[in-house]
Design a protein around this ligand. Structure first.
Ligand code: DQA
Length: 154
């Protein structure tokens, strides 16, 4: 499979299945399904395809990060609470050879101290947070631009 034919994996961690009803003042009113539809439409317009998933299980997310490395073109990852706790997910991100963009709906640096540290960031190409659902679209653009500018930019 050529790189262009490979999907961008979009992986979502625990409790993001509750978006829409979960603390909408922090996370916005969109459901995860609405974010998926918005992103798939944007990706189609850019000639990309998306493999969009959510899990509340850490091990399943580790398996999917590895799968993204083996079969994907890039990874957009909102690890949710596991961002702040999961050495295993951070190790998986560092182990794969495709670019990873870390996304958070909320601005984690404007919130509680325990959200300021991420086990994901060191292995990510970049981090987007605080822009709500738009952050996923920004991550897609970032992956597209990263491919266009080449490996010298990470
Ligand atoms: C989150 C931020 C995390 O701190 C939190 O645990 C989440 C969602 C975000 O998208 O803003 O579940 O990743």
């Amino acid at each position: 499979m050529t790189s262009a034919a490979k999907p961008i994996y979009v992986l979502n961690g625990p409790n993001l299945n509750l978006l829409g009803s979960r603390e909408p003042d922090i996370y916005g009113a969109e459901t995860l399904e609405e974010i998926e539809s918005m992103l798939k439409a944007a990706a189609a317009g850019m000639g990309m395809s998306i493999d969009f998933r959510q899990s509340n299980q850490e091990g399943e997310l580790v398996d999917w990060i590895q799968e993204a490395g083996a079969r994907g073109r890039g990874l957009i990852l909102n690890a949710a609470a596991y961002t702040h706790t999961s050495v295993a997910m951070g190790d998986a991100v560092a182990a794969i050879g495709v670019p990873v963009i870390e996304v958070h709906l909320s601005n984690i640096f404007a919130r509680e101290e325990f959200r300021h540290h991420s086990y994901i960031s060191a292995g990510a190409k970049g981090v987007i947070c605080g822009f709500g659902a738009l952050g996923y679209k920004m991550a897609l653009n970032a992956l597209d631009a990263a491919e266009a500018t080449g490996p010298e930019n990470g």
